[in-house]
Unconditional design. Structure first.
Length: 680
């Protein structure tokens, strides 16, 4: 019987139902005193009304959501909210003594009941996970009847979190769950070097497939087809994954990918960018999100959390300006929305989907939480806003691990980041000029520099969520894109839809600049292959010398016909291939593996003619981004390559990985060893 496969014993479910029933009855009585449009003739009417609301939700809501899940996801759940209002209105017609004057009152009743439920539940410390369990129960009918023989493997990626910042959050009390795990020696915390480029597309595909060859940055230019590749554009993400599809993935067998950039060839893939470019892969219904909205108050709770996060961002942004916190960048209204979606909605969806997939018994689950990376980009890696995001993520980790105790498999958990972040004033703030403007001043000829734009990974995740809903409905999608084009304003402000790729406007002598945090790639498009140092010096005399002498540039990387890869700084040269140094080592402050990383990156086919890295100050910990971001990653210097991994103490740490591909090897060994274990 499905009833016997509920995750909680019967007495606990009954107790929870009775408590919630009592809370909502009390809430309805309180609202009767506050709302002039609501009339309760007796306490008995309140009890019966709450029971009827629950009954109607149990009977009608699953069918309603199954029929309307696409528009529910498209409206970020607001359509589901309208169903709650409709249930309240229907109840007022059925239950004597429960009277509503109008539909507006019904809206306030839904909001009021949810808010009172949340407040009293927090006061009584009720188990928040019950709402998640109630959401997935309707689909537990397909959960395996017996435990599989082999355990499962869950990998949770926290985007952009450096080990040092995680350690700081632990010491300040923002992550009590992780603290408890470390104190009882259940988990071991380590730092690992993600390599170059220190950004998600290279790191995650390296972790999943064990190879990230020729991903030189978040965005780069391919001369042979005059194409700009952007990691979070759906067509480009799909193209990148196809390049590595023949490599063995962590998710090949019974795997699921949730909120990731790449699917890893998983059997199931949700809110994953690389699988959304081809609409033929989409289900006819957006059913993966169905159970998230089944509980009548589950999403309303999320709405309240989103509203709180939105106003928290507005207040924190204002306080940052009042107190003149430095470094800082402008935090726009659009960023407040982006923060709300990434730090709350995507977080809650991801947690729910991970728990659901554990109940369904998938063997390997890989999921990403993107909220910290988003907030740290705009507020700083140590900011109160960023640390509050980590507090929320800590709760998700507890929910997921607790839920695993009632799942079909015995799961082992790995928590890691794909890279860290460094921070500092932007290059433009420090020197009152953009990098592309500075390069234009150095080139005497009348050449145009094309700036490829900014790197904001989160837009791809929001794009994925919207496309998951719109994918099966091409007509709606085309209409939405046309409407979007009409309201779009500003450069790179609202590019959430993956619009058809545009060819860069360039002449025979244009220059393309691709900035990714503190690293930038410069391409001379008049050459079909990478220009050598000698060719650059001949065509643009003095350019190299002027670049390295700028106080905001730490070093450049070029390829010489005579010497091979050369890292040139203001005070010296590091000959990568010759393993020799003249003068001061320009890589001195960029970490012990900087030489290895640049030597490897220099072999990539599509690396720029010139790689430019901003200066890093080891005394202040400041590193400037070439984009308008406080926290950033993509290059070298500071915490941006210093990722973390939190793994069970029983797993043997065999080596120190120097890039994401080596982390894949470690995870693959653990996965193989785990799957070979039999449960008696």
């Amino acid at each position: 019987m499905i009833f016997n496969r509920f995750p909680y014993p019967t007495f606990r479910r009954i107790r929870h139902i009775l408590i919630v029933w009592a809370i909502e009855t009390i809430g309805l009585i309180i609202l009767d005193e506050w709302l002039p449009g609501l009339v309760l003739t007796s306490g008995q009417s309140a009890v019966v009304a709450v029971a009827m609301i629950g009954l109607l939700n149990a009977i009608l809501r699953p069918l309603f959501l199954w029929l309307t899940i696409t528009i529910t996801v498209l409206t970020f759940g607001l359509f589901s909210f309208l169903f709650n209002v409709a249930v309240i209105l229907i109840t007022s017609r059925i239950v004597p003594g429960f009277i509503l004057q109008d539909g507006v009152t019904a809206i306030w009743v839904v909001l009021g009941l949810t808010l009172i439920n949340l407040l009293i539940s927090n006061i009584l410390s009720l188990d928040e996970n019950d709402s998640y369990y109630r959401s997935v129960i309707p689909r537990l009918a397909i959960t395996p009847q017996h435990k599989p023989k082999s355990p499962g493997f869950v990998i949770i990626q926290i985007d952009g979190l450096a080990r040092a910042v995680l350690q700081e959050a632990i010491s300040l009390g923002y992550m009590p769950t992780v603290t408890r795990w470390l104190q009882i020696n259940q988990y071991t915390l380590r730092e690992w070097d993600c390599g170059l480029p220190s950004q998600t597309s290279a790191s995650q595909i390296g972790i999943l497939y064990g190879n990230n060859e020729d991903i030189p940055a978040f965005r780069w230019y391919e001369k042979e087809n005059q194409k700009l590749i952007v990691s979070n554009h759906l067509n480009d993400t799909a193209m990148l994954e196809k390049r590595f599809a023949n490599y063995p993935s962590l998710l090949t067998e019974s795997g699921t990918s949730i909120s990731n950039m790449f699917s890893g060839g998983a059997e199931k893939s949700v809110i994953t960018m690389s699988n959304l470019a081809d609409i033929r892969l989409f289900p006819k219904r957006s059913g993966y999100f169905l159970n998230f909205f089944v509980n009548p108050y589950n999403f309303i709770r999320v709405i309240f959390l989103m509203i709180r996060e939105f106003f928290r961002e507005l207040s924190q942004s204002m306080w940052q300006r009042i107190t003149n916190v430095q470094p800082r960048v402008r935090r726009s209204f659009l960023f407040a929305i982006e923060r709300t979606l990434s730090a709350v909605l995507l977080r809650e969806l991801t947690t729910h989907l991970v728990i659901e997939d554990m109940f369904h018994g998938y063997q390997t689950i890989y999921a990403t939480f993107v909220g910290y990376d988003v907030v740290a980009h705009h507020t700083g890696i140590h900011s109160p806003a960023s640390l509050e995001v980590l507090r929320g993520l800590d709760k998700q980790l507890e929910r997921i691990t607790r839920a695993s105790q009632d799942s079909a498999r015995d799961y082992q958990f790995i928590f890691l980041s794909d890279h860290g972040q460094s921070q500092g004033h932007t290059f433009r703030q420090l020197y009152d000029i953009k990098l592309e403007q500075f390069i234009e001043l150095l080139i005497s000829e009348n050449l145009e520099i094309v700036d490829s734009g900014s790197s904001q990974e989160t837009k791809g995740y929001v794009n994925s969520l919207i496309q998951s809903a719109l994918g099966p409905h091409n007509r709606i999608k085309r209409t939405a894109k046309k409407l979007y084009d009409q309201i779009k304003t500003g450069k790179n402000d609202l590019v959430y839809f993956d619009l058809p790729p545009r060819s860069l406007a360039h002449s025979a002598a244009d220059i393309v600049l691709c900035a990714s945090g503190s690293l930038a790639l410069l391409y001379f498009t008049n050459a079909h292959a990478r220009l050598t140092l000698e060719e650059i010096a001949h065509q643009f005399p003095g350019l190299i010398e002027e670049l390295v002498s700028h106080p905001g540039i730490g070093f450049i990387l070029v390829k010489s016909i005579q010497h091979g890869g050369m890292v040139i700084g203001a005070g010296g040269i590091n000959y990568l291939d010759l393993n020799s140094i003249t003068g001061q080592n320009p890589l001195k402050n960029y970490g012990p593996n900087a030489h290895i990383h640049l030597l490897r990156l220099n072999q990539f086919l599509h690396i720029g003619d010139i790689l430019i890295q901003s200066v890093y100050d080891p005394f202040t910990g400041q590193c400037a981004a070439f984009e308008d971001l406080v926290g950033h990653h993509g290059g070298l210097g500071g915490f941006q390559t210093q990722a973390f991994i939190l793994h069970p103490g029983e797993f043997i740490w065999t080596k120190e990985p120097q890039n994401a591909t080596e982390m894949h090897q470690i995870l693959k060994e653990w996965q193989t060893e785990l799957f070979n274990k039999s449960i008696s």
